[in-house]
Ligand binder design. Sequence first.
Ligand SMILES: [Zn+2]
Length: 214
Amino acid sequence: MIKCSRSDLSKSIFIVMFLVTGLSFCCNGQTQKSYGGASVEKIESVGGDLSFVCDVKDWPTVIGSDVKIIVKGIEPPGVLEDNGAADGFYRQQVKEFVRKVLKKAEVIELKNIERAETFALKANVIVDGRNLARQLIDKGFAQVRKKKEIEKKTDPKSQDASNDNSLVASKSGKVFHASTCSFVKRISKENIVTFTDKAQAEATGRRPCKTCKP
Ligand SMILES: [Zn+2]
């Protein structure tokens, strides 16, 4: 057992990361590598986007410090998509809920870890034996993540609308753009990263482009 009292969130929290299926490195998922188990020293912060940031014990600092963990398999409820005010309130509420759950937890396991599109890991988060995603869904903070909506693509109007709302950045870039920004044309397809909203883009440490002001 590892006990930490440095952060208010980390009291007696012992986090074990079970790399059940291993980290998936290849885009096609062809290469799967298992690193066995690891423990995390503390929770650094909790985001309003169904994620939290933690330090992983015994991992090299470059990947083990301030690792963003995205709760796998869920997304915010659909109702929020068109309502900015509700979105802010939602983020605050979900942040408090996740913080509370993690704070009182004794064992937090991360299972089926995968690399996310941005520098983060996605994992099934099991808090004292209970699935965090399930708890978030039960509380109305999330819904099961839907597969990419293929129907939308067949309707040119809705495709345009979704493209206009999406934000994009280069994998290595520090700036994010509206998808319509002229800078976006210079980013090669393989290097494009997309975000559903500004908060998600900012959570990766990027700032808005000064030209397109997304
Ligand atoms: Zn731009």
